[in-house]
Write a protein that binds this ligand. Structure first.
Ligand code: FPP
Length: 231
């Protein structure tokens, strides 16, 4: 990859698993299985390139309304990757954190998720946020209620400390695969000045080279944050 300005924090909307599978005349679950493998591959590459924080949208709050059969298959994937296949995650040697309300997930999944969070808590070179039952509007409303409950006014900085990303820099780059051009309730507060990159590729086929292209594209952008000069 060319010499470039690296984003510190990259977030992924991993869309297109279902369509990728259907185009191969396979069930949607086949797409999700390919999706999680690709998630590990692409995130691992991002960390190798020097990205410090990666955030992946693995299950939105809205996804919980999907048919039970598909949800069960997604839950089985979580069971597996936070359970017996957890080495796929822990071998990334980054701290794993979860954003979203996992209390509605089956208890065994909650337990394994927390075990992985605990097991990786000593890693300091990278951070992987996995969004599970995450929705940005819910996150913002919860933050507002937390401020109200303490009877205090917030400003833009102190409000950020009430979000699930407290203490983290905002995503520099948000990549969405699958051809749709929207944020779908993902990191809405944090994305105020994120650079957005949309790929027509379905998530399972988004490659390491595609990631490099997205980062090269990001690197060539002039981020002015509402000001008149570049960084
Ligand atoms: C969107 O594609 C993708 C999801 C709803 C699930 C993404 C989840 C993973 C990649 C697995 C994460 C696993 C772990 C262990 C963290 P879609 O199925 O909505 O695609 P479509 O738009 O083609 O239907």
């Amino acid at each position: 990859m060319k010499r470039i300005k690296l984003p510190t924090h990259v977030a992924f909307i991993m869309d297109g698993n279902g369509r990728w599978a259907r185009r191969r005349f396979r069930p949607r679950a086949f797409g999700h299985r390919a999706g999680v493998q690709n998630m590990i591959k692409v995130c691992s590459h991002a960390f190798k390139l020097g990205v410090r924080i990666v955030t992946v949208y693995a299950l939105s709050s809205e996804n919980l309304s999907r048919p039970k059969e598909e949800l069960d298959e997604l839950f089985d994937l979580f069971r597996s990757y936070f359970g017996k296949k957890r080495d796929r995650l822990t071998e990334l040697e980054v701290k794993v954190n979860v954003l979203g309300d996992i209390s509605v997930l089956p208890e065994d999944i909650q337990e394994s998720v927390l075990e992985v969070v605990q097991e990786t808590s000593g890693y300091t070179d990278g951070l992987m946020n996995i969004c599970l039952n995450y929705g940005a509007r819910g996150e913002i409303v919860r933050a507002v209620n937390a401020a109200v409950a303490c009877g205090r006014f917030v400003d833009e900085t102190s409000f950020k400390d009430l979000l699930s990303t407290a203490g983290l820099p905002d995503p520099d780059l948000i990549i969405r695969t699958g051809g749709e051009v929207r944020l779908s309730n993902f990191l809405l507060y944090q994305a105020a000045y994120s650079e957005l990159y949309f790929s027509k590729k379905m998530w399972p086929e988004f490659s390491k080279r595609d990631l490099e292209r997205a980062i090269e594209n990001y690197s060539a952008r002039d981020r002015r944050f509402g000001n008149v000069k570049g960084e």
